[in-house]
Design a protein around this ligand. Structure first.
Ligand code: HEC
Length: 374
């Protein structure tokens, strides 16, 4: 087997020569390229932390990937985004609750001011400002609960607009801003949900406002409908998956193709090269397939969602091997010492950053999440 591989391998027959024989400037460029890709991968992990991990986790855990890629059983994506804690990432896999609070809510300061004026509170006094803030938050929490009640009653289209959705029982007592309340003559209290969505969400979710969320308009009932299904997969929306899939496939096939080809030309034994050179490409296609397979009904969907952690890990390992072994493979022993020294310094900086920055940051994040959880 090994002999056959060697026979099929051009390098051992002296074709082209291995990378250690390439001009020094070219090898320096390649090693810089490989290190830059390594840093790029680390920043992709940082991005993943902010996009998908629960607070306190460095990377998404099994619960996070299932929530993000498969969804929550029996909950539409909209209900999930309005019920998950505010401390999760502010995007389609985390939570949109912050749209109702001072964090991302539009006009929150103005509302605090209006409340302060009405209740004669002095906003420069911290205690009174806190009171105004609590009242404003209560108002918005009422809006969120009204919206949830509508979603849970099957999100009837007929009651979405100015006709109003009737709030019954305790819900009728929610402290919702008057501008959203439609008082029925028979004493019923109805709420204009489209206006609430418009004010709370469409600042970001509207064509032409710019920013990533403008791709997902929520102006019309039809727009909202995509996020209301309880049967279809409730993890990532189809729009979102289609977009990220083609971007990932096109960009990463070039990147991993390059790192793979460079690695394949090093002087490492043929069996190492043939395993590692195409690995990052293969595993990243596998990774993206799992994004889509995670949409299948349970038990398979959640299983594939969890496998994303494995395929993602394998992409990282393959790329890491290509970078580390590939850099060593470019040089003879003196060059190898320099590479080892650079990697050693990099590892020390990484350890320092972990100890003094990342670890304390994650610990703080976890505490904040517990404090703000309900
Ligand atoms: C401050 C801006 C902002 C506000 C306000 C906001 N969102 Fe978002 N929303 C985002 C961003 C950013 C994303 C992630 C977009 C992406 O994946 O690129 C997002 C994603 C979403 C998604 C997933 C879209 C998809 O197909 O992947 C839904 C659904 C959503 N928001 C609903 C809401 C709702 C409902 C509200 C109002 C209660 C709201 N958002 C308020 C910024 C906002």
């Amino acid at each position: 087997m090994l002999r056959m591989l060697k026979r099929l391998d051009g390098l051992s027959h002296g074709m082209g020569g291995v990378t250690t024989e390439w001009p020094l400037p070219a090898r320096v460029v390649i090693v810089c390229f490989l290190f830059a890709v390594g840093l790029g991968f680390i920043s992709a992990l940082v991005n993943m932390h902010f996009q998908e991990a629960s607070p306190g986790n460095l990377l998404p855990d099994a619960k996070d990937v299932v929530r993000a890629y498969h969804g929550t059983l029996g909950k539409s994506q909209l209900e999930r985004l309005l019920t998950e804690p505010e401390s999760l990432p502010f995007n389609g896999s985390g939570s949109m609750r912050a749209a109702f609070t001072e964090k991302k809510g539009s006009g929150f300061k103005a509302e605090m001011k209006a409340i302060a004026a009405k209740k004669v509170l002095d906003l420069s006094n911290p205690a009174e400002a806190a009171k105004a803030k609590a009242l404003a938050l209560k108002d918005r929490e009422g809006e969120r609960l009204a919206l949830l009640s509508w979603i849970r009653s099957g999100a009837p289209e007929a009651t979405y607009d100015e006709v109003g959705f009737e709030l019954k029982g305790d819900l009728a007592k929610l402290p919702i801003s008057k501008e959203y309340i439609v008082q029925g003559e028979d004493g019923t209290v109805k709420v204009h949900l489209q206006a609430i969505i418009h004010d709370r969400c469409c600042r970001c979710h509207s064509d032409g406002v710019g920013g990533p969320a403008s791709r997902y308009s929520l102006e019309k009932f039809e727009d909202l409908k995509d996020y209301l299904s309880v049967e279809a997969p409730q993890g990532k929306s189809l729009d979102h998956l289609a977009l990220t899939t083609h971007i990932h496939l096109l960009a990463f096939s070039i990147l991993y193709g390059l790192t793979g080809i460079l690695f394949s030309l090093t002087g490492w034994p043929i069996w190492i090269r043939i395993l590692i050179a195409p690995a990052a490409l293969i595993f990243s296609v596998m990774d993206i397939s799992f994004w889509w397979l995670a949409r299948i009904d349970p038990p398979y969907g959640p299983m594939f969602a969890q496998w994303i952690m494995v395929s993602g890990g394998l992409v990282g390992l393959s790329l890491g091997a290509q970078i580390v072994l590939g850099s060593f493979g470019l040089f003879r022993w003196r060059g190898k010492i320099v590479i080892a020294a650079i990697m050693g310094i990099g590892a020390l900086i990484g350890l320092g950053a972990w100890h003094w920055v990342v670890d304390p940051y994650l610990a703080k994040q976890a505490v904040v999440a517990i404090e703000t959880a309900e």
